[in-house]
Design a protein around this ligand. Structure first.
Ligand SMILES: [Fe+2]
Length: 279
């Protein structure tokens, strides 16, 4: 390659890196933002009106994600005072980070409980160890099961979609009646396009990281079979809201930064329309 052309290419690459670095998001602590949504449903009785769910996902603790930032994240979550907290999976970089992550997560306080599912990275990192250690820290792990919280919210949680297809048979058999407020938590939002969502009032997911690196809202690299559909935010699937969080941390080992996909905690406020529906 002629020297001038090689120099030009090097300059273009350097300029591109500088441009990316200048708009990349490097929050020193916690997250870039808290994003709020409101879900209206007749299945939540008046006693659940105003119930707030915080979704914290894809921390990937240890992957350019420090202990100080994890502690700040826990403080930020506690400061929200949500009724319950959902940890959406992809909790750590590897096996070594499972115990310190669980210790920090065990300090999250929510009066109706802290719940978790596992993500694809948790499979590589040690699925059983992740579940066992989170449970020992007081977190309810939704491993292909359904639980009712003390306030009467039902959370159903799945395995990661692409590692072990969720065993939706027995799972569906223990779902509550359709008129109870029921939330499906699935790390990978693709599941929402592949099953009947009619038993659920709401689906919560992460996994896509909002694309992590986006250009005008378009993510060139996105881990979904459905392109940009589940990149970020509110997606209506047959009338059921699927809320996909950008997550908190970084995936991969090279592009450990964010562009146009701010790290976030999502907070959902439940609004009961039961009275309007005559319940
Ligand atoms: Fe992730």
């Amino acid at each position: 390659m002629p020297r001038t052309r090689a120099l030009r290419r090097t300059s273009i690459a350097a300029a591109l890196c500088l441009a990316l670095a200048s708009c990349a998001s490097f929050p020193p602590l916690g997250v870039d933002r808290v994003r709020e949504f409101t879900v209206e449903t007749p299945d939540a009785g008046a006693e659940l009106d105003g119930y707030r769910i915080a979704l914290v996902t894809d921390v990937h603790y240890g992957n350019r994600f420090s202990r100080a930032r994890l502690d700040a994240l826990v403080e930020a979550v506690n400061a929200l005072g949500a009724d319950c907290v959902i940890l959406g999976g992809d909790h750590t970089l590897g096996y070594a980070q499972i115990a310190p992550f669980a210790e920090a997560a065990g300090r999250i306080r929510a009066r109706d409980g802290v719940f978790a599912v596992v993500g694809n990275h948790d499979f590589f990192n040690g699925r059983s160890a992740t579940i066992r250690t989170l449970r020992a820290a007081g977190i309810v792990v939704l491993d292909e099961t359904v639980v009712e919280t003390p306030r009467g919210v039902f959370f159903a949680g799945t395995n990661d979609l692409r590692d072990v297809f969720p065993t939706m048979g027995p799972f569906l058999e223990i779902l509550p009646p359709r008129d109870r407020f029921t939330v499906l938590v699935t790390h990978n939002p693709d599941l929402a396009a592949e099953i009947d969502l009619s038993p659920f009032d709401l689906v919560l997911s992460g996994h896509t990281h909002g694309g992590q690196i986006t250009v005008r809202g378009y993510a060139p690299i996105i881990p979904s079979e459905y392109g940009q559909r589940f990149r970020s935010g509110w997606v209506d699937v047959g009338g059921t809201p699927v809320i996909v969080s950008n997550g908190v941390g970084y995936g991969g080992s090279v592009l450990r930064f964010r562009v146009g996909a701010p790290s976030e905690i999502i907070v959902i406020t439940v609004r009961s329309t039961a009275r309007e529906k005559g319940r």
